[in-house]
Design a protein around this ligand. Structure first.
Ligand SMILES: Cc1ncc(COP(=O)(O)O)c(C=O)c1O
Length: 398
């Protein structure tokens, strides 16, 4: 499918799922999560679980709106955490397993990490050895794994590539040579970012080449996140075959995947309003949202988010630069065009905003954080599950 066609399809689907009649009556700024879109994604992920026996965990780092966790855990096996706070939230919300990985752990936090986690993955032999006695002393049955570096990735941006030279993520094969791994029950790798299963096949080949000799002794392997399983063009057949072949080849009991994005892909939008239009050689719309504070990946990645009904700059008759309501000069979302002129009060619907946005928000400039609302397209009901205010800003300072 061509990029332009995919864009059109995404726009048309978003209009259908988030109709104007719903977005127009929302108090902005607000993240709106579609429960039916979430459910669709979960059914796709569950079909992979059913066809492979693999266990899929949702990664909180991408999305942690916990009022939707009961729905997520109706389908997925458990939750994946990257810190004590995520592990605690995952534990409190249930799910069969909580898996925790961090590049390094704080000593004072480790007793609680042990309490909340069923799997703990270490990024070095030194960290494992440091905390091994504590884990043993806890008396809790914990699966302990090592994150290894598969030495191959196809992630174009270095920022998101855990396999670049000098990466701190994942143990190199040389470091395992001749080491006693008694007590290690699994290996973990993460080297994908928004990718299809053909990339997994190539990453897995490199992982096997580097670490295949240890697999005979492992109970489980975790293939990490970055699998864009719920994307329209994702090759699920190849994923299923790859998992099934791998399991058969090594007799591995459990395979885990821990996607974050795929759970909520296309399931959430950010609805914002135009506050003002200014002119500086071009029309600039100032919105009640912010690239910097509410959609930081548009600056960090960087990428240009889709907006329902809007085109690239120059595509449609009325062009605008869209900017945020913080005083940062670079708080700019991008240049867009529209069929009709924008005016104060108009609502704009930013696409695919459930992932890596709410979890990354800041209160920079003290600007209002967007509310979070759930939308049930069958009943047409919108339920605001969280509103933020002064206390949220104040409590992050002292
Ligand atoms: C170790 C690990 N697991 C899982 C994920 C989730 O990845 P994604 O949301 O791209 O599926 C990440 C993302 O950075 C990660 O670093």
């Amino acid at each position: 499918m061509s990029g332009a066609f995919l864009w059109w399809l995404k726009d048309a689907e978003a209009r259908k799922e988030f109709p104007e009649s719903v977005t127009d009556r929302i108090e902005t700024p607000c993240y709106l999560i579609s429960e039916s879109m979430l459910e669709n994604n979960l059914k796709i992920l569950d079909s992979v679980q059913k066809r492979t026996g693999a266990k899929i965990l949702h990664s909180l780092k991408a999305y942690a709106v916990h009022s939707t966790f009961p729905r997520i855990l109706k389908y997925l096996h458990g939750l994946n955490a990257a810190s004590l706070n995520e592990a605690r939230l995952a534990f409190e919300k249930g799910g069969e397993e909580v898996h925790t990985f961090a590049p390094a752990y704080l000593e004072r936090e480790m007793p609680e990490i042990i309490r909340y986690s069923d799997h703990i993955v270490f990024n070095s032999l030194a960290q494992w050895r440091k905390y091994k006695p504590l884990i043993e002393k806890s008396g809790k049955k914990i699966e302990v794994g090592l994150r290894v570096n598969p030495g191959y990735a196809e992630v174009e941006t270095d920022m998101y590539n855990p396999c670049i030279p000098g990466s701190r993520l994942g143990i190199l094969p040389e470091a395992l040579e001749g080491e006693d791994l008694e007590g290690i029950t699994g290996l973990h790798f993460h080297a994908l970012c928004e990718q299809n299963s053909d990339v997994l096949v190539r990453v897995l080949a490199s992982f096997e080449k580097r670490f295949g000799k240890y697999l005979g002794k492992m109970k489980w392997v975790n293939f990490g996140g970055g699998h864009h399983i719920t994307r329209k063009d994702y090759n699920i057949e190849l994923l299923v075959k790859t998992i099934n072949d791998f399991r058969k080849k090594y007799g591995i009991k459990e395979i885990y995947l821990e996607p974050g994005e795929a759970t909520v892909l296309n399931a959430g939008v950010l609805v914002a309003s135009v506050l003002d239009i200014v002119d500086n050689g071009m029309k600039i719309a100032i919105l009640d949202t912010s690239a910097e504070a509410h959609m930081p990946d548009t600056i960090i990645m960087p990428y240009r988010p889709g907006i329902v009904g809007a085109g690239e700059a120059g595509k449609k008759k009325y062009a605008y630069r869209l900017g945020g309501f913080t005083c940062l000069a670079g708080d700019v979302i991008g240049d867009y065009s529209f069929d009709k002129p924008l005016k104060a009060g108009d609502k704009l619907v930013f696409l695919d905003m459930a992932l890596y946005s709410i979890v990354k928000n800041t209160t920079f400039n003290g600007v209002t954080l967007p509310s979070i609302a759930l939308y049930d397209s069958e009943s047409g009901k919108v339920r605001v599950v969280r509103k933020f205010g002064y206390e949220d800003y104040k409590n992050r300072q002292s």
